[in-house]
Design a protein around this ligand. Structure first.
Ligand SMILES: Nc1nc2c(c(=O)[nH]1)N[C@H]1C(S)=C(S)[C@@H](COP(=O)(O)O)O[C@H]1N2
Ligand SMILES: [Mo]
Length: 509
């Protein structure tokens, strides 16, 4: 007979293989039906409230993993004890191991809302546990060549048993690893389902023409990852939609409070819109274009019955007392002002304002794009003053007409075979008429504009450089469709947006 330690080890490993196989089977179709999880959950439900409170107090949010680990440890110890019996009383040991698994199956049957299939992982664990333990006994009793040659005595192969337990431990580890992988894959699937869960727009975006993108230039649509983030929150707020609602009130006939589900059921528009921050320096990065999905104000305003005299929308954020003022005119003049729930085909990310934000084409973000939105009050500029207005910034600010050079980057090089300068220009809700460039302070030359995707969007431009090699400067200026050309005069971002021309130095090789 093997030593006590080896017998206990064999039982322990058999229990581990059993739990791991039950766990991986559960991971496939119902993770909550894993034998250890199902028993742990039942213990949570059975334990009296004071015990739960103590557990939560001392273990915090780790209370559930700790409990599940405790269940696993109990089963593994029971397995080790049964392992001690396995050589002399194999039947009793087998029944014991099977019973451990059956406990999981019975508990799974008792738990509400689980259904009969929830017993499968525990039954699998039962069968695997018995098979592993009896397999180890058999394998250890199988004579090695050494026995046959009469070199070794005792009728038991330590070597076989050690190889067998090591193999069992490896199987258990692989199964646990498999369960983790399955869980990851399923979570990725759930994220994809959330994307699919976004409502289909009643009014989809018109496709962006292929010709709107200058090859090698900044991407026309900015990815969520690359989209600039500007706000006064210290960390990324993360709110749940449960209990969240959006209140529309103030000087309206019918104030409304809308839950997330109600909002998601309203007809939506999908639009590509370029957003800009007032704090963007000339040539700066705080500008981006995304495909936004949301409920248009044009649908909400008639339902609300806005009273005469309202000239301001005063929006509130759940985060840190941020407020924002938006001219009522800008949300009621027919442009695509909306309450946004989706961005680039995904549920609005936390950093960009989940569950909902405002967006008004043509206005700087600080006077239109409240994130983590929970209330919009229809009122007057006399009555309410917004967060940034209190700090001296403009109360109402259209975006500035701006052009930026993106290719080459500042101090970069263009080559003879690709002597192209390129960039973007924006004047949301007015549209870009032309972008001009001048090299070394010379004559202004009109650049080639890429295809137009709409007045609420930036427009790409490019220019083929045909001057001498060496170091040069390039400057750009845009003119919008209202006829305003970007002024040369440099103004700082405070209080209503920077002005001036973007200049870079570059080398022509
Ligand atoms: N709640 C809240 N919303 C906010 C802000 C803020 O500080 N808090 N900043 C605004 C500013 S200044 C801009 S430019 C835009 C930026 O939006 P983004 O981070 O999604 O790019 O959000 C606006 N909405
Ligand atoms: Mo901003």
């Amino acid at each position: 007979m093997p030593s006590r330690v080896l017998r206990a080890l064999a039982g322990f490993v058999s229990a581990a293989v059993a739990l791991a196989m039950g766990h991986v089977v559960a991971a496939l179709f119902n993770p909550a039906a894993s034998p250890v999880v199902v028993v742990g959950s039942q213990l949570v439900d059975l334990s009296p409230t004071p015990v739960k409170e103590v557990a939560v107090r001392y273990l915090g949010t780790a209370d559930k993993p700790v409990l599940i680990a405790a269940v696993a440890v109990v089963v593994l110890i029971a397995g080790a004890l049964l392992g001690l019996l396995a050589w002399q009383r194999p039947r009793i040991a087998s029944v014991g191991v099977a019973t451990l698994g059956l406990v999981g199956a019975v508990v799974a049957l008792l738990r509400p809302g689980f259904g009969g299939s929830a017993v499968v992982p525990s039954l699998v664990a039962s069968v695997v546990g018995v098979a592993t333990l009896m397999g180890l006994v058999w394998w250890a009793n199988t004579p090695t060549p050494a026995h046959r040659a009469g070199v070794s005595v005792g009728g038991v192969s330590r070597r076989h048993l050690m190889i067998g337990t090591a193999a069992g431990a490896a199987v258990a580890a692989l199964a646990l690893g498999g369960a983790v992988v399955i869980d990851r894959v399923k979570q990725a699937g759930a994220a994809a389902a959330r994307r699919l869960g976004l409502p289909t727009p009643a009014s989809p975006a018109t496709p962006i023409p292929d010709g709107a993108q200058v090859p090698g230039n900044t991407p026309f649509t900015t990815s969520i990852e690359d989209f600039y983030r500007v706000d006064i929150a210290l960390t990324t707020p993360s709110y749940s939609t449960e209990g969240w609602s959006l209140t529309l009130d103030g000087d309206v006939e019918n104030p409304m409070t809308i839950s997330y589900d109600e909002l998601m059921e309203m007809p939506m528009i999908e639009r590509d819109i370029t957003m800009t921050c007032v704090s963007n320096e000339v040539g700066g990065p705080y500008v981006g274009t995304a495909r936004w999905l949301g409920v248009p104000f044009s649908d909400l305003l008639p339902k609300l019955g806005v009273k005469p005299g309202v000239d301001q929308l005063f929006s509130y954020s759940m985060d840190s007392g941020y407020t924002c003022s938006t001219p009522f005119q800008a949300v009621s003049d027919g442009r695509d002002a909306m309450i946004v729930v989706g961005m680039n085909g995904e549920v609005l990310p936390n950093k960009n304002g989940f569950p909902a934000r405002m967006l008004v084409p043509g206005l700087f973000g600080f006077v239109s794009a409240t994130k983590w939105l929970n209330r919009i009050e229809f009122t007057t500029y006399d009555k309410r003053k917004a967060y940034w207005s209190e700090r001296g910034w403009a109360t109402d600010a259209d975006v500035r007409t701006q052009a930026r050079i993106d290719v080459p980057e500042s101090l970069g090089t263009i080559t003879k075979d690709k002597p192209v300068l390129a960039g973007v220009a924006w004047a949301q809700h007015r549209g870009i008429e032309k972008v001009e460039i001048r090299i070394d302070g010379g004559e202004w030359i009109e650049t080639t504009l890429a295809d137009d995707a709409g007045i609420d969007l930036w427009r790409q431009w490019s220019h083929v450089y045909d001057g001498p090699p060496g170091g040069h400067t390039a400057e750009v200026r845009a003119t919008d469709l209202d006829g305003n050309t970007q002024p040369e005069e440099r103004q700082p971002v405070f209080p209503s947006g920077a002005t001036g021309w973007h200049l870079i130095r570059f080398t022509s090789a």
